[in-house]
Write a protein that binds this ligand. Sequence first.
Ligand SMILES: Nc1ncnc2c1ncn2[C@@H]1O[C@H](COP(=O)(O)OP(=O)(O)OP(=O)(O)O)[C@@H](O)[C@H]1O
Ligand SMILES: [Mg+2]
Length: 490
Amino acid sequence: MSTTTDRTSTPTVARTQVPRTRQAPATSPPVRRRQRRKWLDRLGWYELVGVASASTTRQVAGLFLGTSASPTSPAGVFIGKEQFTGWPFFHDVFQAYRDKVISSPNVLVVGDIGAGKSSFIKTWAVLRQLTLGRRVVVIDKKRQQVGTSVGGAPIAAGEYTPLARALGVAPIRFVLGTGSAGCRINVLDPAIAGTKDTGGASQLLLLRAVLGEALGREVRPMEGKALRVAHKAAVSTARQQGRVATIVDVVAHLDDPTPTSLEFVPSRVSLQMLAEWGQEAAAELERMISEDLAGLIDGPTSPEVSLTGGLTVFDISALPDDGPAVPIVMAIVNSWLRAVLDNQHSTVPTVFVAEEGWHLVDGTFAKVTRRNQKIARGEALMNVTALQHVSDVPAGSPAIATIQESETVVLFRQGKEEDAARCVEWFNLPRSCKDTLLDLPQGTALVKIGTKKPVIVTHVRSAWETAITDTDEAMHSVATVALHAQGQGS
Ligand SMILES: Nc1ncnc2c1ncn2[C@@H]1O[C@H](COP(=O)(O)OP(=O)(O)OP(=O)(O)O)[C@@H](O)[C@H]1O
Ligand SMILES: [Mg+2]
C-alpha cells in the first residue's frame, strides 16, 4: 500500500492529502513559517510524494468501499446467494463445461444428516434443469412419509414422490415379492441394453454382475463361458418364438443346455460339458431370482417403465438396504440410461441423480457403472451423487477416484472434525475451510467449481419449491398414541 505526503511534514506519518502550506490554528502561538524557495518549487520539492506503508490485505479491503464483482456468470442455473456479497450465485455444469471452467460434468454433494443436500439437488439438479428442457432421471432410495391416508395412517414412499406428483409424473416403484404392485424390469430387454452392436455386450456384462452377486464370488472362466452360451441360446430361441428372452430363459439354458447352445461353441464342447460348467451358476441364479429379487427381474418389463419423458423417478425406497436388489436395480437403470442416450437422435443434456449411489462406484456393479460413466462427457450426462460422511468411504475404494473426479463439489455442514478435514484434503481447499464446514448453517454450502476459489452460498428456494422439497413431514407430526392399547387397562 502507498499513501502520499509532502517533504515539509514528518516523514514517518503517512497521509492521504497534505496541504502545501499550513495555517496555524488561531489559538496557537505564532509559528515561524519556513519560506518556500522558488527554485526548489520548480524542481518539485514541495510536490506530494508516495510513501510506502505496510498493511494487510484485510485492512486495505476497508478502503474499497461498496464495490464487489458478481461471483459467477449469470449464464447458469440459480443456486442461491453468495454469503459475503449477497450476489445471486449461478452455476450450470453444461455451460461451465462450454466455458472451459470444468472438464468433468460430475457433481458431488456432501453434508451431514439434514444439512440440506436433497433440497439442493431437488431444486438445482432437478426442477430448475427441467425448466430448461433437460432430461432428468432419479434413483430414489430414501423412504419418507409422503402423506396420510383417509384414516390418518402415514403413507411412506420415496422422498422424490411429492416432487414427481407435483409435476404430474408417477414414480416407477420397485417392491419385492411376486404379485406385489411393484414394477418389473427384464435385464435382456433390448430397450435396456440398446439395439446397437454393443447391446449384447451390455446384457452380458449385466448378467455377469447379477451372477457374481448370486454366487458371492468371482465368476469362474468356465461358468462365464456357460453363461455366455446360455445367453445367446436364450435370445435366439425366444426370437424364434416371437418374444423377448428373460433371465428365466438364461437360467433354463444354463441348467439344461439344448442343441441350440451347441451352435455357439466349438464342436469339441458337448452338452454335458456345458451343463457341468453352468450347474452351480444356474442353481444360485435361480435361487436369487426367486428369493432375493422376487418379482423384480423375472419376466417382461412392465409397460409403465419408460425413459421417454423429461422426468423419470425410480422409487427403490421399498427395497431392502442389504442384499442384491438395490445394486442390481441401480446397475440396470444405469445401463438402460446409457442405451437411451446412445440411441437418441439429438443429444439432450441429461441429469442422473443417485443420491445414495455408492453401489454405482463400489462392489459387484462398479464395473457396469464405471463403463457407463465413461460416456458421461460424450453423451452430455451429468451424474449427481450425494454422500453424508466422506470418512464412510473405505480407504482404497474405487469410489475415491470417482469422488475426486467431480469438479462441481457442494459441501454442506459436516458434524465431525475428521470429515471436515478429509473434505479439505480431497477437494484441495484452504485449511481455514475446515472450521467453516463445521459451522455452516442448514441450507448453506461451500461450493467449489473446478479450480476456482470456494465460495459460501446460501441455497434459496421459492415457496413452491420449499413445499415440495421439505423432508420434515414426519418430524412435524403431532399425532399421539394412547398409553394402553384399546381394551387394555381399566
Ligand atoms: N436452503 C434451505 N433453507 C432453509 N431450510 C432448508 C434449506 N434446505 C433444507 N432445509 C431444511 O432442512 C430439512 C432437511 O433438508 P434435506 O432433506 O435437504 O437434508 P439432507 O441433507 O438431504 O438430509 P439427509 O442426510 O437426512 O438426507 C428440510 O426439510 C428443510 O426444512
Ligand atoms: Mg437427503
